[in-house]
Ligand binder design. Sequence first.
Ligand code: ATP
Ligand code: MG
Length: 241
Amino acid sequence: MIELTKTGIDGLDSILNGGIVKNSTTLVSGNPGAGKTIFGLQFIYNGVDQFDEKGIFLSFEENQEDLREAAESIGLDRWAEYVDSDQIRIYDKRELLSDNEFSTSLDLILDDCKDSEFERVVLDSLAMFELFFDDEKERRTYLLKFTDILKENGLTTLMTNEQGAVFPKSDIGLENYLTDGNIYLLQTPTESGVNRYVWVAKMRKQKIDTDIFPIEIEQGGIKVHKNASAFSMMNEDEYPL
Ligand SMILES: Nc1ncnc2c1ncn2[C@@H]1O[C@H](COP(=O)(O)OP(=O)(O)OP(=O)(O)O)[C@@H](O)[C@H]1O
Ligand SMILES: [Mg+2]
């Protein structure tokens, strides 16, 4: 039996046929404003709020206050309370990039990850995380080490990733192969605003619904509509997220 970790996001768990495979690492890709951080906030918040699972949020982009404000703006009202009671542990960029060597900060976090108290991790974002490595080899080695440690310790992880196109012209990054799941958040401009979509492109070990579904970001966060969209990716290699 494959164990599943529910995101608790309306409509998403059913597309995932029950949830994200427990103990896996899923890449959440999309362009700026697509909703990646909100997805991460909901994953961690719902873990505590609905499933009694503690979470770690590694934020290379926003600081503690930004995250709290973002969470509260979509109605995750008990965010601050869960942070205060250490059910949600946040490492924001100030700590991650403090006087310490970056590797020292990371070792500290990895120690937390080894602590079986936590079950969910969000790394927001992989692009920023990778900026701290000077050379490609070191970057790959650390990414492998990191995903291994998360796996060995039973954590279910989301890594957000800025990706400008679903099928980029340049090489598809290592992270796409390293991770067990791949979820895209897409947004397209329309005359009246933007249309948002979610596409679960990959989830190892799990039968998934690979249709593209419309989503909205509103009070309560991301909501997935049940009817698959008549969405087509005609120009696959150029299609922007
Ligand atoms: N309280 C809210 N109500 C409605 N929509 C919101 C709310 N908060 C955020 N949004 C929408 O969600 C978008 C931002 O989502 P989010 O910060 O998760 O994007 P992101 O993919 O993480 O972007 P980036 O790559 O810049 O980090 C905003 O552009 C806004 O349109
Ligand atoms: Mg973000």
